[in-house]
Structure formats: C-alpha cells, structure tokens
Design a protein around this ligand. Structure first.
Ligand SMILES: Nc1ncnc2c1ncn2[C@@H]1O[C@H](COP(=O)(O)OP(=O)(O)O)[C@@H](O)[C@H]1O
Ligand SMILES: [Mg+2]
Length: 459
C-alpha cells in the first residue's frame, strides 16, 4: 500500500523526474505538474496528501497555488521548493500555511526525511484532533446522569466551575462515585478543552518520582538525567492536570504544589529558572482530607487552597432514586457495545438494586449490569442473574464507626466470605489489583496468591 499521495510541481523536467523516481521508490504514489494551472487541475481531480511546490513557476506562481490550495483544502501538506533558502517569500509561504520548505539543490535523503516527518506529524495532529472532539462529546455534562437533588447541586456547581476558568477544584467522593467522569467533564466542557488533560494518580506514583514527573528536570540534575525533560505541568500548559487520590501525595510535594497553584510558577528539578504555566488543577480524593489535616499528613494551607471550589459527590446509597435512570443509561451503552438487546430489569430485581447499599457506587452498578447482560440469556434481568452479594444486608456499623461482619446463627464458610470480599474488591476497582489489595489491606502478592487459590479471574 502506498504511504500517501504526493504531487510534485516544478517547471524543471529533470527535477520532476528525479523526485518522482525517488518518491515512488519510497512507496509514495506520485503525480507531477509543470505549471501552476496544471497543479490546480490535478488537485481538483485527485486531491493529494502532500504537494512539493516550486515557488517560482511560469504563469500562476507557487505562492498563488499555495494560497488557493490552502483555502479549499487546509489539510493538504505543502512543502515549498525554493532556490534561495529563507527569503521574504519563503516566510510569506510559511505564514500562508506551508508546512516547511526545502532549498535547491537538495539532498534527496534529507528531503525524504522531511517528507516522512511531515506525514507523521500530520497523522498525529489529525489523531489528536479527532481524539479531542470525540472526548468532548463523551464528556459533555449531559452524560452525567442524575436527577436527585444532590446531583442537581452538583450540576449547578459544575456550571460555575466550567465558566470560571482559573480556580482549582477539589472533588471528594467514595470510590466509583464519578470523580474521574466529573474531572474530565470539567476539562472538556471548559475553554481549555483543546489543550491537554493530564492525569496523575498520586497513589501509584512512587514518591521519588513525583517531582521529576510533575516538574521535569534539567540535564545533569541527577545521574540519569542525560537530557532535559519537561514535567507534566509544563506539558499540560493551557489545559488541566487531574491529581487523582491527592490524599496520597507526599508532604514535600504538597508544598511545591501549593506554590504552583498560588504563583503559577515552578522550577524544574536542578533548575534555577522559574517556569510559568497556566494550568487548572483538578484534585480528587476518596479520603477524608480534613481528618488527614488533623493528623498532619495533609497540609492545611493546601487543603484550604483546593477547597475554594469543593465538589462533593454523594455515595449512590444516598441518591437511590437515580438508580433506575442509571440502569437505563448503562443498559443503552452496554447493549450497543456488546450488541445485545437487554430491555430492562424485572420489578423484583429492581427492588434488589434499590435495597443494596452499593459500596462500589456507580462503578459497581455499571460492572454488575455489564456482567449480567453478558451472562443473561433472556432479554430482561431477573433476580436470578444478580450476584449473591447484592442480597446481603449492609455490614453493621459499630459505635466507633468501624464495619464489622456479623456471623449469622447458621455459621459461614470463611473461605467463601474471603472469596466474596476479593471478588467485590475487584469489582469496586475495575479489576485493578493494586487498588483491590489496598482495599483489603493486603499486599498485591497476597492478593495474587488468593486469586490463584480461589481460581478467580485468569490467575
Ligand atoms: N452520574 C453518572 N452518570 C453516568 N455515568 C457515571 C456517573 N457516575 C459514574 N459514572 C460511571 O461510573 C464509572 C466509575 O466512575 P469514575 O468517574 O471512574 O469514579 P471515581 O473516579 O469516583 O472512582 C465510570 O464508568 C463513570 O463513567
Ligand atoms: Mg477515579
């Protein structure tokens, strides 16, 4: 398959011929034209991906061809061929949208490198734009489902955050309540939507990498720093940085983050220059940050700084009236994704959904629906399809607020309970073993060992 269509436009026959030969050899599909008029005709008949365009042509010159092509086909890559290097005309061509220029006489191999690079860059650019427009559709505020008054409050807060561009935001809510979804919605609905959204999980980033990842480093800052590297804040300039699980950010980093939020500046590791960036910080946590402040593991000043715009997402069990709506929403998505025709849920099954206490919140609801739709043979979800944990009462709370599991009079199988808890932890974390192990307060190795033992998943 050809790597792309190139039109070579030059009045010198020898140049047209040699370029055509070489480019065909490189697997490009090549056409050529000797005048501006012919070039425009060719473009109208069979639009090339790239045009190598001599500036000086008899009749309509290269500049005019460039202007016309860019007006009608802005995506076409144009590389100018000039005899004199950078002259005012070349600059003008670049301003008109030419991608680059080459100077005659040119080295064929260098030219090929320039052309290959241009194709790569343009493909990337196209991907990024496509990705961004798809993302902004996916993360528009309409895709957050909810009618409960807690959700109404969330929406009115979101509208404020989206229209005020600079403030940082703190999202608080249990796991699975929709913090990621809200963070992305804020970014992709705001004026920053065409700039990067960069996600950092503070719980999984090792402490010694925090600073170099977020702020970057100068060459020689440490033994392995062979070249300068930009940090995530610099890469996100103009956009948003999503600091997930901010409660797990080391104290030393918290001071630096505070400075960044207040002054909008930071230094690269080993650097002396202050670098200015314009990023919105969206922080999220499922921890009680004010308790962390009390315990001196989270800085009070940073907490207050982030809390200017606090968004609380309440647990699903406190907005159960939204469950039918969410079921409908997810069934639509799941049917489409798996080409199924699941119509709905029987009244008895709805009762179970409404009684259940949803420790994994909306994520758990979505996962359970997905699992049942895949397994169910009927077009309606019945109680028969639902996982057994949904029939259990919520764990009782002791006086000091800690959960205990009560053994029923009939007794339990400890292994069964353990197995269920493991399955539940995986459902709550979308099969993230590191996070599941954390929920169970065991090491990842221990979790893997048990997965194997109970033959859960692929282990
Ligand atoms: N109100 C909602 N409407 C639609 N989908 C939601 C809603 N809340 C959460 N979800 C979906 O549930 C899943 C878990 O949400 P997520 O944002 O990852 O939660 P968190 O970051 O708080 O753990 C995601 O697939 C998300 O799209
Ligand atoms: Mg999350």
């Amino acid at each position: 398959m050809s790597k792309g269509k190139i039109l070579v436009v030059d009045d010198e026959h020898l140049i047209r011929w040699s370029l055509t030969e070489k480019l065909q050899h490189e697997d490009y599909e090549v056409k050529s034209a000797g005048t501006g008029e012919d070039a425009l005709k060719e473009v109208a008949e069979d639009l090339p991906d790239m045009i190598l365009l001599d500036i000086k042509l008899p009749g309509i010159d290269g500049m005019e061809v460039l202007e016309k092509v860019k007006q009608s086909h802005p995506d076409t890559i144009v590389i100018m061929i000039t005899a004199h290097g950078i002259i005012p005309q070349t600059v003008q061509a670049l301003k008109l949208g030419a991608y680059n220029y080459i100077t005659k006489p040119f080295d064929m191999n260098e030219l090929i490198v320039t052309i290959n690079n241009a194709f790569e860059v343009v493909a990337l650019r196209r991907d990024v734009n496509k990705y961004r427009s798809e993302e902004s559709k996916r993360y528009s505020i309409e895709n957050i489902v909810g009618k409960h008054h807690h959700m109404q409050e969330l929406f009115s807060m979101l509208h404020k955050v989206i229209s005020s561009d600079t403030t940082s935001v703190l999202l608080q809510g249990e796991t699975g309540t929709g913090k990621d979804l809200v963070a992305k919605t804020i970014h992709y609905s705001s004026a920053r939507r065409n700039k990067p959204f960069i996600e950092v999980n503070c719980a999984t980033l090792p402490e010694n990498l925090f600073e170099s990842e977020l702020f970057g480093y100068e060459k020689g800052a440490f033994t392995d720093a062979k070249t300068q590297k930009k940090g995530l804040f610099e890469l996100a300039d103009g956009g948003s940085v999503y600091l997930d699980e901010i409660g797990d950010m080391p104290l030393s980093m918290q001071a630096k983050l505070l400075k960044l939020i207040e002054d909008k500046t930071f230094k690269r590791l080993g650097g002396i220059k202050d670098i200015k960036v314009n990023v919105r910080v969206i922080a999220a946590t499922n921890k009680d940050l004010s308790a962390a402040v009390e315990k001196d593991v989270f800085r009070k000043d940073l907490f207050f700084r982030l809390k200017v715009f606090p968004i609380m997402i309440v647990p699903l069990r406190d907005r159960k009236s939204d469950i039918p709506l969410l079921i409908q929403h997810f069934l639509g998505q799941i049917n489409m994704e798996y080409k199924k025709k699941m119509k709905g849920v029987t009244p008895e099954a709805i009762d179970v959904f409404l009684k259940y206490h949803w420790p994994g919140n909306v994520r758990e609801l979505k996962n359970i629906l997905e699992r049942t739709v895949i397994l169910a043979e009927k077009d309606e979800i019945t109680t028969f399809h639902l996982p057994s944990e949904m029939f259990l009462p919520p764990p009782e709370e002791t006086a000091d607020g800690e959960n205990v599991i009560k053994i029923p009079d009939s007794g339990v199988s400890l292994e069964e309970v353990e197995k269920k808890l493991i399955i539940q932890s995986l459902a709550m974390t979308e099969n993230n073993q590191t996070q599941a192990a954390k929920l169970l307060n065991i090491s990842r190795d221990t979790l893997r060992y048990r997965l194997k033992k109970y033959r859960i998943g692929n282990e």
